[in-house]
Design a protein around this ligand. Structure first.
Ligand SMILES: [Zn+2]
Length: 279
């Protein structure tokens, strides 16, 4: 029901930004900004921990842009984090952005992330914790109840005036034992983007995303090294698939050996057009 209402609102939104392109700017590791006109969403940025230089973290200039809303970041309406690890989430940076970015962003993340955000001085009312909201059952082939979980859908598109046309759907996929890990599908400017965080394809139950269409799939490069990861990407031939989480000082040759001709993001500030203006 919520989905129907939100979809209707999205369709009714005045076409103020219809001519603006949808752009993605790469920050570091798995950090991206997705932007449509005045609206932007950040995923897995800022991060603070390079793990001894293995992974890149945002430059001071990029942090400044995130905090104050300058190009290429803009007005952030949400900061989404897949999980609490320091190469994906910086609590102090997030607190500064929530306080200062002109979009007055909300944080959307697992309890583990929200706890650290609060410990760093963040206001809990700025956080949207994610959780499984209900369990149900379907009748299996033996006519017995098989448990399944349903997921809450969160929309930032409900308030037409303040938060037009950003639609966020969060669902969990396995990363590591003991780590709450959420993957996100963001729809902005009519483009549907899946961010897979640090999903481990060998243990993840991808059926959680069955039936959902993606224009763009952002995946950690190790998907290309595991049959289950390759299978998930191959099951979405309609999607533009882009690798990231590539070690900071990987050479072009190493990247090519790992990814072949597949598209990837590795350089801060790299910007992709996901949809041309007026399309
Ligand atoms: Zn990671």
């Amino acid at each position: 029901m919520i989905r129907l209402i939100a979809t209707a609102l999205i369709l009714l939104t005045p076409a103020a930004f219809a001519d603006e392109p949808v752009e993605l700017t790469f920050i570091a590791n798995e950090g991206v900004i997705i932007r449509h006109g005045e609206l932007a969403v950040a995923i897995d940025t800022p991060a603070w921990n390079s793990y001894d230089g293995t992974y890149a973290i945002p430059s001071p200039a990029m942090r400044q842009a995130m905090t104050h809303g300058g190009y290429p970041v803009g007005n952030l309406y949400a900061l989404l984090f897949t999980h609490v690890h320091g190469d994906h989430f910086d609590a102090e940076g997030a607190v500064a952005i929530v306080r200062t970015n002109p979009g007055e962003p909300a944080i959307m993340a697992a309890d583990q992330v929200v706890d650290v955000f609060r410990d760093a001085g963040g206001d809990e009312s700025d956080a949207i914790p994610l959780g499984l909201v209900s369990d149900g059952c379907v009748m299996g082939s033996e006519n017995e109840c098989q448990e399944y979980a349903t997921y809450e859908y969160f929309f930032l598109g409900i308030d037409l005036e303040a938060r037009p046309r950003i639609d966020v759907d969060a669902r969990p996929l396995f990363h590591r034992e003991g780590i709450e890990h959420w993957t996100y599908r963001v729809v902005i400017g009519g483009v549907s983007i899946l961010h897979l965080g640090d999903t481990q394809p060998q243990q993840a139950d991808f059926s959680t995303w069955d039936g959902v269409q993606f224009d763009v799939i952002l995946y950690p490069y190790w998907f290309q090294q595991m049959a289950q990861g390759q299978a998930f990407l191959a099951a979405h031939p309609e999607s533009r698939t882009i690798a990231f989480h590539i070690p900071a000082n990987a050479s072009a040759l190493q990247v090519q050996q790992a990814l072949g001709e597949n598209e990837y993001l590795h350089t801060e500030g790299e910007t992709l057009i996901l949809r041309e203006s007026g399309e």
